[in-house]
Design a protein around this ligand. Structure first.
Ligand SMILES: [Zn+2]
Length: 261
């Protein structure tokens, strides 16, 4: 799999201390989590980057987002804070414009992590935009940065609240962080396996458009192979619900680099 993931540990050094369990710092726990997640994602064959290489180094939010240039997914890891001590939910922030149907992955991630953590208020989704001098944009700097460099999907996930006793105690257990990392990596992998199958032109679903796709689609056109539903979607370039010689030609052109499906 050629997909690339950029992970961002929310904060640096000793920042955002828990109000209920003093040994918890959001910056330290999320740093641990993002390294565990990197490890789990690499097992799936993803190429994984991190926005910072040294825990104690600070980097401006927008710059952290921009580090995702050339990556397929940007994910910033956090725990939340609230004056409401029983606040206990997982929230995923996604593109306020719902770019590339960003809500689809946001929902999977939020529901999955909320279920694993057993949070009292379940899973939530959020978007936040802000009016700047030059127009409306993402409210959060990391998301603004990721968007500005053309990263197709960018998210912030809050793993419940470090102002909630039960959630903080749970997050302080290293084996629980490993569970989150495994789960999140699995959700990301499942999402991209699907995406590969559903990419226009990539009829055989190996993540690229080659002569193989063209020949396979051609055989479908002549009726010598029967396409699955996903393959049909990939082969039907103009989305008119039939496979024609036009679709076939476009796959050929995509393979030769003269057309982008
Ligand atoms: Zn944070």
């Amino acid at each position: 799999m050629a997909f690339k993931i950029m992970l961002d540990a929310g904060h640096y050094g000793k920042v955002n201390q828990s109000t209920v369990i003093p040994e918890y710092y959001e910056s330290e726990v999320m740093w641990k989590l993002h390294l565990l997640l990197k490890n789990e994602l690499e097992k799936f064959g993803f190429e994984v980057g991190t926005t910072r290489s040294v825990q104690t180094d600070e980097l401006d939010e927008t710059k952290r987002g921009r580090k995702s240039v050339g990556y397929d997914l940007f994910l910033s890891l956090h725990s939340n804070a609230s004056t409401r001590k029983n606040a206990d939910h997982v929230i995923v922030y996604y593109s306020y414009e719902n770019k590339n149907n960003a809500i689809e992955f946001a929902s999977k991630l939020s529901i999955g992590v909320a279920t694993l953590m057993g949070v009292k208020e379940g899973s939530k989704l959020g978007t936040r935009s802000h009016e700047f001098d030059d127009g409306i944009d993402e409210y959060y700097g990391v998301l603004r940065g990721a968007k500005s460099v053309g990263t197709p999907l960018y998210y912030i996930i809050n793993h419940s609240f470090h102002t909630n006793f039960a959630a903080t105690r749970w997050l302080l257990v290293e084996s629980n962080l490993k569970k989150i990392a495994k789960l999140e990596a699995g959700i990301i992998a499942a999402y991209y396996v699907n995406k590969t199958l559903f990419t226009k032109g990539d009829v055989i679903g190996d993540g690229k458009i080659t002569a193989k796709d063209y020949l396979y689609a051609k055989r479908a056109l002549f009726g010598t192979v029967k396409l699955t539903e996903d393959q049909f979607f990939a082969a039907d370039i103009d989305q008119d619900n039939k496979i024609t010689s036009k679709d076939n030609l476009k796959i050929k052109r995509a393979w030769l680099g003269t057309f982008e499906p």
